[in-house]
Design a protein around this ligand. Structure first.
Ligand code: URP
Ligand code: ZN
Ligand code: ZN
Ligand code: ZN
Length: 510
């Protein structure tokens, strides 16, 4: 029997001939090395009804349990991708991967949860939330939401509160770029930071100076540079460094934690490192493309090839990626996202005569776990436990869902991968599971292979075949006041008393 989508078993479409996975809700993973963010040991993992029941050596079970042998392999928490855009309307079109195809791709690559950005509808958060709730109904894995804030008034402020208190959203993204569409100014950013702080919600920033980007774009067009190479040339690292520094300083001024999304340059990374050294709570998220690629492909004479690499902030010159890897290995950057935001070649061609019209975004949801393993673990830059931390556990901690997610512990959700360090994968658009027709990681050979993915206690990826069910993914509510907020009120009190002392002295003198 043939499959409409390569590698898809498609049980959700009434085809269940593959015999992979199991209708049994009991699973035993035997003999592997169980890896958590702080510890690894050889142990078995027993799962029942979607929950990890027990993690210990030599678990004995009856014949009603499906047994998976993981000898010589790693048993790890499924990846959590903190940064995706599925079914997003952007730059006059909509991303080609929706909540089903994007998640299916994720599962094939060992990611079992993602957090997607709800984009408001005409500035309305509640309308945006409703829209994304509909889009996400076809989900085949667990997901959560961040929410973008693109304008400011009393209604938006009230809706932020509703989102945090009733809807399970604990983070908001602010765009300092995309002038004329998503961009906000500093006045709004300050109001929003204050609101985030009072709600215990994490502020996230897309850090590029949108006014300067517009100026850079004008410059390129005046010079007659209209091809994809105009994209990186128009928005150099200095504009990312400036916006990162500004967002950090304003968050410091309000005294609220900050999360910088898609850190692409040394310039931005160094601003984060500097603030951290001064004690500020700043999280830095590099993305797969920024870690492993460089901007050379944007000069490819073939438009389709070059345009597939267009994302913002741009993929930087050789050297930035290596520095971002180092920052990840030393803890300056804490977790890896993808910014998965796919447009096919036809969509990318909207900008054939003008790079400003190329929809921004690259793939990565399926590739992240493999790329990070090869780049960081195989290269010897980080340990296997660190791998779990930067691909899963730290994301769960930051968004307050640890240890339900991000850990192989009794009581945690059974979102589990089995990775074979002695196998490998070659990335190609021919074999990937995303709907897009190109892949920015085309041809990369990565050591280490996710051989089995278990999501919600079900084997969904095994023997290179997916067995996914639309509608089986659950919305994961995330509560406010993560660990980054723990010292905030004490620090505020100390700041206030430090202000009162000189004021009193001044009064006494006059
Ligand atoms: O190019 C990008 N990054 N597209 C997605 C939107 C965003 O800025 O995250
Ligand atoms: Zn099949
Ligand atoms: Zn962004
Ligand atoms: Zn993004």
């Amino acid at each position: 029997k043939s499959h409409s989508i390569p590698g898809f078993c498609g049980v959700g479409y009434g085809d269940s001939e593959c015999g992979i996975g199991s209708s049994s809700s009991k699973l035993l993973i035997k003999g592997g090395t169980v890896v958590n963010a702080h510890h690894q040991e050889i142990a078995d993992v027993y799962v029942e009804d979607g929950i990890i029941v027990s993690v210990q050596p030599n678990i004995m079970v009856g014949d009603d349990v499906t047994v998976l042998d993981a000898t010589g392999k790693y048993i790890m928490p499924g990846g959590i991708d903190p940064h995706t855009h599925l079914a997003m309307e952007f730059m006059g079109t909509e991303t080609i991967d929706d909540f089903f195809s994007g998640q299916a791709a994720a599962l094939a690559g060992g990611t079992t949860m993602h957090i997607d950005f709800v984009i408001p509808v005409n500035g309305s958060l509640t309308a945006g939330y409703e829209s994304y709730t509909q889009k996400a109904k076809k989900s085949c894995m667990d997901y959560g939401f961040h929410m973008a804030v693109t304008k400011w008034d009393e209604v938006v402020a009230r809706d932020m509160e509703i989102m945090v208190k009733d809807k399970g959203i604990n983070s908001f993204k602010f765009f300092l770029a995309y002038k004329g569409s998503l961009m906000i100014n500093d006045e709004l950013l300050l109001e929003a930071f204050k609101k985030c702080k009072s709600l215990g919600a994490l502020a996230m920033v897309h850090a590029e100076n949108g006014d300067a980007v517009a100026e850079g774009q004008k410059r390129m067009i005046e010079l007659g540079i209209t091809g994809p190479e105009g994209h990186p040339l128009s928005r150099p690292p200095v504009l990312e460094g400036e916006a990162t520094a500004r967002a950090i300083r304003l968050a410091g001024f309000i005294n609220t934690p900050l999360y910088i999304v898609h850190v692409m340059s040394i310039d931005a990374m160094e601003e984060i490192a500097k603030a951290q050294k001064l004690g500020q709570k700043v999280i830095g998220e590099p993305v797969t493309s920024g870690l492993v690629l460089d901007d050379s492909k944007l000069w490819d004479p073939d438009f389709t090839t070059a345009a597939k690499y267009v994302m913002s902030p741009p993929i930087r010159k050789l050297g930035h990626g290596k520095a971002l890897q180092a920052a990840l290995s030393t803890g300056v950057l804490q977790l890896v996202g993808t910014d998965h935001c796919t447009f096919n070649s036809t969509q990318k061609a909207f900008g054939i005569d003008d790079f400003r019209k190329i929809p921004n975004g690259v793939n990565g949801i399926e590739e992240r776990m493999h790329v990070v393993w090869d780049l960081m673990v195989e290269s010897g830059q980080i340990s296997v436990t660190d791998y779990v931390r930067i691909t899963s556990a730290e994301c769960a901690r930051i968004f307050n869902i640890y240890p339900r997610k991000g850990a192989i512990l009794a009581g945690s959700d059974a979102d589990i991968i089995i990775l074979n360090p002695n196998s490998s994968v070659e990335i190609s658009a021919k074999s990937h599971h995303s709907r897009t027709d190109t892949n920015v990681y085309e041809g990369l050979k990565m050591k280490g292979k996710v051989e089995v993915t278990i999501a919600g206690g079900r084997v969904v990826w095994e023997n290179d075949e997916l067995k996914v069910i639309p509608g089986s993914g659950r919305y994961i509510k995330m509560s406010p006041f993560n660990y980054l907020f723990s010292g905030i009120s004490k620090a505020d009190a100390a700041y206030l008393s430090s202000l009162k002392a000189p004021v009193r002295r001044f009064r006494d003198q006059s």
